[in-house]
Design a protein around this ligand. Sequence first.
Ligand code: FAD
Length: 311
Amino acid sequence: PFEVLVVGGGPAGASAAIYTARKGFSTGVAAERFGGQVQDTMGIENFISVPYTEGPKLAAALEAHVGEYDIDVMNLQRAEKLIPAREVGGYHEVVFANGASLKARSLVISTGARWRNLGVPGEAEYQTKGVAYCPHCDGPLFKGKRVAVIGGGNSGVEAAIDLANIVGHVTLIEFDSKLRADQVLVDKLKSMKNVVILTSAQTTEVEGDGEKVNALVYKDRETGQEHKIELEGVFVQIGLVPNTEWLKDSGLELTGRGEIVIDEKAATNLPGIFAAGDVTTVPYKQIIIAMGEGSKAALSAFDYLIRNEAP
Ligand code: FAD
């Protein structure tokens, strides 16, 4: 058994593991894929103090930094079930897909999230070649260009406002007959001169020249007619899904959208179980935030362990 088991090996998990190992606690990290979403990222320009890096490079750096410590890294391990300790200070158990299980007195859950995909032809093919999911990350790459934002909820409308200040032109595309974002955001978007809003519009394909995106096709759901928009970028904003399916029925409190509810110290509703990064209710999902949250969760785990002896 470990004193601290970190489940998830993205920026949040790597940071948590380093912090608890530095406190002298026996620490394990179990991850389905070490590096997490960072592995799927091309250019990263907002990891402060590093003007430019690339996902696989940052993932390798995370692994190297974790490797500096006596941390037991268990890659390619998918957690399937959490069995919380029955008493404060006791052992929590995590059961993995291969049937093995690990125990620890404190857990940091950092299983991250995934962007919901449109699932239309061209989307996967042109990912990082014009199809993007994070306006804070990739917006500046489209300076002066034409983009579409898919999704008229708060995140889509916020993204469109953000991008309209950077890019040449924004088309916001909403499937429903009206936008679902807060009125103050909708009003702001409508006041912007380089924005067109399309409702009842179903995106059916992302087109490109083999190298880069050059158009988007949508169907007008009222007339059934298809239209093509020429553009250079498509931002998909139809939801970020937390990887918490494995925590259902564990007693851990989740929001309606599946995020783990944490307080300002990264504590969950269960004693000794902390959570960090994109999997939680923390606002703004970014690498630098996930790392900060991971270290916070680790320090809270440290605090918990020194206050609660094993029963
Ligand atoms: P994740 O990175 O999602 O890591 C989750 C970890 O948990 C992984 O190791 C995963 O394999 C593991 N896991 C999941 N489920 C299980 C399970 N059941 N059992 C065991 N392990 C599990 N942010 C920026 O700041 N700048 C950028 O430029 C940027 N660009 C991005 C580009 C793309 C294409 C994407 C997808 C994201 C981008 N982001 C960017 C967002 C950033 O990657 C995330 O905010 C960050 O990775 C979150 O870290 P995390 O550790 O919370 O979760």
